[in-house]
Design a protein around this ligand. Structure first.
Ligand SMILES: [Zn+2]
Length: 74
């Protein structure tokens, strides 16, 4: 079971709770003041997903200027 870190906005107490994955914060109460309106912090160890889409963008080198021979206008 992962350990979640919570913070109580009422008394600013920080505490950790063992919860199952997917459990919400409804069953969690602040051990200090008993408030139920606690906010779960981002867990420190479960932060994965180093995702970077390195898309090799094609170098669209357009704009070869056609030599316009111009102007026989008089
Ligand atoms: Zn509290």
């Amino acid at each position: 079971m992962p350990l979640y870190e919570y913070r109580c906005p009422a008394c600013h107490e920080r505490f950790e709770v063992l919860q199952r994955v997917g459990d919400g914060a409804e069953s969690v109460r602040c051990p200090e003041c008993g408030a139920r309106d606690v906010a779960r912090q981002l867990s420190t160890f479960a932060a994965g997903h180093a995702g970077g889409g390195a898309s090799s963008f094609a170098d669209a080198g357009g704009g070869c200027g056609r030599p316009q021979c111009g102007s026989g206008f008089t």
